[in-house]
Unconditional design. Structure first.
Length: 275
């Protein structure tokens, strides 16, 4: 089987070690996995048998670019994609992920999708959190303490607004492969309300309770997740509050804190799906 691993150039550079692990795991199972740079491709969205112009379609795609349109276009050409377009769309738009998981009864902070021009008319309570709904890795997330800050916002026009909630600077990331929980880590920052490893947070393995596991399994039964991370805030009583999903989830903290090779776990799932 011949697959492509699609990255944007700046993400490829940052993820070279993980890419090697994916390729080694693929080779071990008799599959080839070629790295393809998103910006260098030409996509024949009409008028051709191949989505990729002069290049023959691969047997499967692992798309790590947070571009759901490409996942869906590939599916229209009969190519197996990891993750599916449905999961990619849901995970890469915080508005959609909150709407979908709220419909499943997953606890979360009250969340409002709003255009920036309407913020001042809402008279929200301060402090509050404003998020770029398409941001990832902690980017586009702002703590707003007073109304005067709204005029200086550099976020995109469309926003997700939430109250401040959960234990400050702590969250839990749950790694899902093939619809099953692989592991969870708790990320903690003493200096920032965001608990991103790239922002200097520390991490350790986290033991999920039975209630936590049942909550997460509500999500995995509803969404066909091949490989993703689900991030939760931790409420004051220790329960989990959904925060976001990561389609192209980062795995550094899991490798640092465990002997789990999640690249190998994921490729085992890919191989099983392609049989």
């Amino acid at each position: 089987m011949r697959g492509w691993l699609i990255y944007k150039e700046h993400d490829r550079i940052r993820n070279e070690a993980f890419i090697r692990l994916l390729q080694q795991a693929s080779a071990k199972r008799g599959m080839t996995l070629e790295v393809v740079i998103y910006e260098e491709m030409i996509y024949a969205v009409s008028g051709g048998a191949s989505l990729f112009g002069r290049r023959e379609n691969p047997d499967f795609l692992i798309i790590r670019t947070c571009t759901p349109w490409l996942n869906e276009a590939a599916e229209l050409h009969g190519i197996r994609v990891f993750n599916s377009s449905r999961v990619s769309r849901t995970a890469n738009d915080k508005r959609l992920s909150h709407a979908c998981l709220s419909a499943l009864g997953i606890p979360m902070l009250p969340s409002t999708a709003v255009h920036q021009r309407r913020l001042s008319s809402l008279s929200p309570s301060y402090p509050l959190i404003l998020k770029d709904p398409l941001g990832r890795g902690g980017t586009g997330v702002d703590w707003v303490a007073r109304p005067q800050q709204l005029g200086a916002m550099t976020a995109d026009d469309e926003l997700l607004m939430q109250p401040v909630g959960g234990q400050r600077g702590r969250d839990v990331r749950v790694y899902i492969v093939g619809g099953a929980i692989v592991a969870a880590v708790v990320r903690e920052s003493e200096t920032n309300f965001k608990a991103n490893i790239s922002g200097g947070a520390s991490a350790s393995l986290y033991r999920l309770s039975q209630e936590d596991t049942e909550l997460i399994e509500k999500v995995t039964r509803a969404l066909p997740i091949d490989f993703a991370g689900i991030d939760f805030l931790i409420a004051d009583d220790g329960s989990l509050l959904f925060n976001e999903m990561e389609d192209a989830v980062g795995c550094r903290s899991l490798y640092d804190q465990s002997d789990i090779d999640i690249a190998d776990v994921f490729i085992e799932h890919v191989a099983a799906q392609l049989k």
